[in-house]
Design a protein around this ligand. Sequence first.
Ligand SMILES: C[S@@+](CC[C@H](N)C(=O)[O-])C[C@H]1O[C@@H](n2cnc3c(N)ncnc32)[C@H](O)[C@@H]1O
Length: 277
Amino acid sequence: MDNTAQIDYWNGPAGEKWVRDADRLDRMLGPFAEAIIETVKLSAGQRVTDIGCGAGALSLGIEAGTVNVDVTGVDVSEPLVALARRRAEAAGARAKFVVADASSWVPEAPADAVVSRFGVMFFAEPVAAFANIRAGTKPGGQLSFACWRPLADNPWALTPLMTALPLLKEPPAPPEPGAPGPFAFGEEARIREILGASGWSEITIKAWDGDMRLPGADPAETAGFLMEIGPLARLIKEQALDEAPIRAALQAEVRKHAGTDGRTRMKAAAWIVGARA
Ligand SMILES: C[S@@+](CC[C@H](N)C(=O)[O-])C[C@H]1O[C@@H](n2cnc3c(N)ncnc32)[C@H](O)[C@@H]1O
């Protein structure tokens, strides 16, 4: 299974940006960690795997919220795993973090539960990856993950792209359907197909809709964040775009969404997916 492109991506400048922005991203994505934690029922002594754990917020949240569970976070990104380990040490947490490709990684002992916050949409061969994840889970073990619904349902990601569109050198090529990336699990039917084909059962898919608070104390900071992370950031880099006009257009757009506190909230739409091994 060739996940090289994603492994390179998350070990390159994108991974470094996620490290720099980890605290802000965790605040933005906090509601999704809560939604996952709510769905997983754990008892003392159980083992949990966090797939694509990044800087470890979900792993550490699970350990903090449950007595005596063994959490292992797995991620291909060396810089993010290094940050997760530093955070665990600072918090006195026992969670372990491993640099590995979750599509082939084998745990020391099967997990009672597998969780992921936006870390499962990057596999080149998702059925094979989810079959491997299931093989590392006890029969009947729980799966709970968050993934984005389609880009069109996520104004927090679509609005920056649409704002920058007139300033791009060429319109972005639409991603191949199902190609690895943040919106690869947008379609409910595809999630059911992948999980069913990889042997998971009792699949539940619930919509999460809400206003997501974007990082930044004011529209200028928020616009800066949107240029750093996400689909627009990729385009700016790929097309070597002049950033100044994009920043100005984005600030004007973001200002329309800012509340009286200066903070920007935009609609986000995700799936909270559950299944049993
Ligand atoms: C959108 S980030 C989410 C990070 C973290 N779960 C969070 O919520 O902050 C996606 C993560 O998936 C990881 N990832 C991508 N492909 C992976 C793979 N094949 N195996 C393990 N992790 C992977 C990336 O390195 C990245 O840290």
